[in-house]
Design a binder for this molecule. Structure first.
Ligand code: SF4
Length: 275
């Protein structure tokens, strides 16, 4: 396995890249419109969010469900170094000539870091040697891309990178789930928006890309379920059991509702707003 890469966001070391580079529209998740490249009205001079401790109450729940997987601070550091070496006209987006390149590099790096987070998650599962080696090989290749300078990042087709990552993640998922349950449910990409799934047996189910928006999963058995890319916005997870679930991100949980009695997989924590 290649070198460790910082995959946890450190907003204190970032120049507010998500709060400037990304745009959003007025909706249940955002209280106002913001164009990509325009600094959010709540972003302070020190790049801190002025309403960080009350985002939901101020209609900005969407900000709580975004995760850069550490790409923000890494992009910030890489551009600062390039400016120091005289390779850029300024260290960050406040220099107009740098802004476009910086936001584009951040977008690429974010998806590479997201891939690395999933690959590290896959590497922690019990699988046979052949799959383990394939996970390590793909991870090394993505880590090498993520280590590139800004101009190199901008030449990466990140969709192609993910096309190499996705089958490896799926292979790990398949082996883990079929080891513990014969013929687990295959619900990939299925739509359960608003569905009553209370106490449903979804043990080891493949819910990759499933739409679970607003679904009622209270008390559901989601142990070892594959949740890669599942849309859990507004889903009820109170007393659900997600122990051992695959590819369950903190951002997915932040978008859902649950309680202190929801049982979570390793690597994530109970969102503050669930209390
Ligand atoms: S509300 Fe805060 S976290 Fe959300 S975009 Fe604005 S500054 Fe960033």
């Amino acid at each position: 396995m290649g070198p460790a890469v910082e995959l946890v966001a450190d907003c204190s070391a970032c120049v507010g890249l998500c709060c400037v580079g990304l745009g959003f529209r007025t909706s249940a998740e955002f209280a106002f419109d913001k164009e990509p490249g325009q600094a959010c009205q709540h972003l302070a001079e020190d790049f801190r969010c002025g309403i960080h401790d009350r985002l939901r109450g101020r209609g900005m729940a969407g900000c709580t469900t975004f995760d850069c997987f550490g790409a923000g601070q890494v992009t910030t550091a890489r551009f600062a170094e390039a400016a120091q070496d005289g390779r850029l006209d300024g260290p960050d987006w406040r220099t107009p000539a740098v802004a476009g390149e910086m936001f584009a590099a951040f977008a690429v790096l974010r998806r590479l870091h997201e891939a690395l987070w999933h690959l590290d998650h896959a590497a922690a599962r019990e699988v046979d040697d052949e799959i383990r080696q394939e996970v390590a090989r793909v991870r090394d290749s993505v880590a090498a891309q993520a280590a590139g300078e800004a101009d190199e990042l901008l030449r990466i087709d990140v969709d192609v990178s993910w096309r190499n990552v996705a089958p490896v993640l799926a292979a790990v998922s398949e082996q883990v789930r079929t080891e513990i349950r014969e013929d687990p449910a295959d619900l990939r990409g299925t739509d359960h928006a608003g569905a009553d799934l209370r106490r449903r047996d979804l043990w080891a189910a493949n819910l990759r890309g499933a739409v679970l928006v607003g679904s009622d999963l209270r008390g559901a058995d989601l142990r070892a379920a594959d949740l890669a890319g599942a849309d859990l916005r507004g889903a009820r997870l109170d007393e659900a059991d997600l122990r051992g679930a695959l590819y369950c991100t903190q951002a997915q949980l932040e978008a859902a509702r649950g309680s202190a009695r929801t049982q979570l997989p390793e690597g994530v924590h109970t969102p503050g707003h669930w209390a």
